[in-house]
Design a protein around this ligand. Structure first.
Ligand SMILES: [Fe+2]
Ligand SMILES: [Fe+2]
Length: 475
């Protein structure tokens, strides 16, 4: 027996769901599976918790941040697209200057579907990766932030599923089902991309993940936000507003771990931060090395004909396409690419079209560097003479021509044997991971923080430090 649910009000939306019976039915059929998935593979043991969450009920400034305590299974996962711009034109590729498509062009159907599925698959994957973290939260403030990220990744799945249901007919519906069938780390049905099958075992990894891997998401979304397929572009634009919060959680999370390490170093006049229960800067550097390089791989091969085709066909643009001053067709343009030749790292001019992945990776690296600079300011403000740094892009790669090399974090080639022997100078060792894991003990008293992380400078939604961001529901 099914209970009648008012989906139109349960699913806040600006896509006229009330008027589209066919779409409504499709989403009604998909939703119970989504809730079952959330129950089974979403955050562990949280059915009973009320979480102070931001819910989007509209895309305007007043609508997208409604605050209140909600039980997560009751979170209203909505469907929002940025409002349609009158007469939006495709900004690049062979269709440049033509009106953006409001329907899927038949010849691009399979390709667009694959782009949407690849993006969509990462959203529930990260929820699955992070599902155990709530049990070891360093504070209620952090616990809330984790859950906010989780429900919004759930909403991002909804955003992609909406597109599949609304524009891709039967195969779209099948793809939407498959999103709930693949699972992170599942040996038989893994998630599509490597980094999304890794565990997120501890909160340091979570903060690094939201800084580095959600930032990959930002760059992917930003290039899809340029798509000639207008509903995809408008979906991604709204997702980007939420994504900013995820990266905020990552950047401030790591920043607070750094701050705490520095406090311990100053207070005890020592580098032995672990002795006082903090996470030392060398360990932070290793986690940074790992998460940065795994995220670099997500951009794909340096040279890619797929990337060239996506661009030429008007499906996926460059980061901030419309702000770039060139012809937006790139037929004759070239772009410098760092690649591997005869075991050496070299810079080569390549056709700009095939080098689009590399260009996006470059934009991403610059953005990461700005964050690392801000972290270094925290260290500097504490009067400590240490700097964190992004490793060389050829270090610890698994995808692309650079993956054939063994280099140290500065990009100097080392023999394979030496690399194996020294890898734990550069990447988290089992001992480092065990140490970080040993710190993961839940702190759930309002206003209290685990010893390894400093409190935030200000509360979410300007709430006081001891605000009860997460509480047990009264029965
Ligand atoms: Fe997302
Ligand atoms: Fe995200």
């Amino acid at each position: 027996m099914t209970t009648a649910i008012d989906y139109v009000s349960r699913i806040p939306n600006n896509v006229n769901l009330a008027e589209d019976k066919r779409l409504q039915r499709a989403l009604e059929q998909w939703q119970p599976g989504f809730l079952r998935w959330w129950q089974d593979l979403g955050p562990v043991g949280t059915g009973d918790l009320e979480v102070y969450l931001r819910t989007a009920v509209g895309v305007d400034t007043g609508g997208w941040a409604h605050w209140g305590h909600v039980k997560m299974p009751d979170y209203r996962w909505g469907i929002f697209l940025e409002p349609q711009q009158a007469d939006r034109r495709i900004a690049f590729g062979v269709h440049k200057g033509e009106p953006a498509w409001q329907q899927v062009p038949g010849e691009h159907r399979a390709t667009l579907r694959r782009l949407i599925v690849t993006q969509g698959d990462t959203e529930p994957a990260s929820v699955e990766q992070q599902r155990h973290l709530g049990q070891t939260c360093p504070s209620l403030y952090d616990l809330r932030n984790l859950f906010q990220v989780n429900v919004e990744e759930g909403r991002h799945l909804w955003a992609m599923v909406y597109l599949l249901h609304a524009y891709f007919g039967r195969d779209g519906r099948e793809e939407a089902e498959a999103m709930l069938e693949r699972h992170s780390g599942d040996p038989d049905k893994p998630r599509l991309l490597g980094a999304f099958n890794e565990r997120t075992p501890d909160w340091l990894s979570f903060f690094m993940f939201t800084f580095f891997t959600d930032r990959d998401g930002k760059y992917q979304l930003a290039s899809l936000a340029e798509s000639g397929f207008d509903p995809l572009a408008r979906s991604c634009r709204f997702m980007l507003t939420e994504e900013a919060h995820h990266m905020f959680v990552g950047e401030t999370g790591v920043g607070r771990v750094i701050q705490r390490a520095c406090e311990i170093m100053r207070e005890h006049r020592t580098d032995d931060v672990r002795r006082f229960g903090g996470i030392d800067l060398p360990t932070l550097q290793k986690y940074l090395n790992f998460h940065f390089t795994v995220s670099l791989d997500l951009f794909g091969q340096e040279l890619s004909t797929n990337a060239a085709n996506y661009y030429t066909l008007g499906l996926k643009g460059r980061y901030q396409e419309e702000k770039i001053a060139d012809d937006h067709v790139l037929e004759d343009a070239s772009y410098p690419v760092t690649t591997c030749e005869d075991g050496r790292i070299v810079m080569r001019e390549a056709a700009a079209l095939t080098a689009l992945n590399e260009r996006l990776r470059d934009d991403y690296i610059k953005d990461c560097q700005r964050g690392v600079d801000r972290w270094n300011k925290i260290i500097e403000a504490n009067g400590i003479d240490v700097k964190l740094a992004l490793p060389h892009r050829a270090f610890h790669r698994a995808i692309g021509s650079l993956s054939t090399l063994h280099v140290d974090p500065r990009g100097r080639p080392v023999p394979a044997e030496e690399w194996m022997r020294r890898q734990y100078e550069w990447l988290p060792s089992p001992e480092d991971e065990a140490y970080v894991a040993s710190l993961m003990v839940a702190v759930t008293e309002p206003g209290k923080f685990a010893n390894w992380i400093a409190p935030p400078s200000k509360g979410i939604d300007n709430k006081p430090q001891d605000f009860e961001y997460v509480r047990r529901a009264a029965h």
